[in-house]
Structures are given as structure tokens and as C-alpha cells.
Design a protein. Sequence first.
Length: 81
Amino acid sequence: MPERPKSGTDWGKLSGLGIELAAAVAGLTLFGYWLDRHFGFAPWGLLVGGVIGVVGGLYNLIRQSLLAVKEAQRTNGDDSR
């Protein structure tokens, strides 16, 4: 019997990417908040931490999404590129 494609694992990976994006934004924003509280940078730590979190999280999201698309094309035999 031929194996069925495991699409559930793909959805798990892609939903994990959303969690990674949220974790990057939240983690770096909290780190910026901590810097503000302990060193008195007042909103700059929070803002810079949030921006770096968004940029880094989106970079990871886009990079992993493009890899997933390439993998899907490779496994489906679509070599049009």
C-alpha cells in the first residue's frame, strides 16, 4: 500500500512558526521592558526590543515558509522552477 502524505505534521510545523513569531516579539519586548526598568532607558528599550522582535520573528517566519514551499514542490514533483 502506498504511504499517505503526512499533512498533519506540515500544519504542526507551520502553526509552530506563528508561536515562534509571538514568542520572539513577546520575549524581546519583555527584555526591553526589563532594560527600561533597571537602567532607565524609558520607552526606548521597550520600543527597540519590540521592533527587533517583530523583524526577527518575521524573518524567521518568511524563511521557514519559503523552505516549506520548496519542500512541498519537491515532494509533489513540481519542478517548474
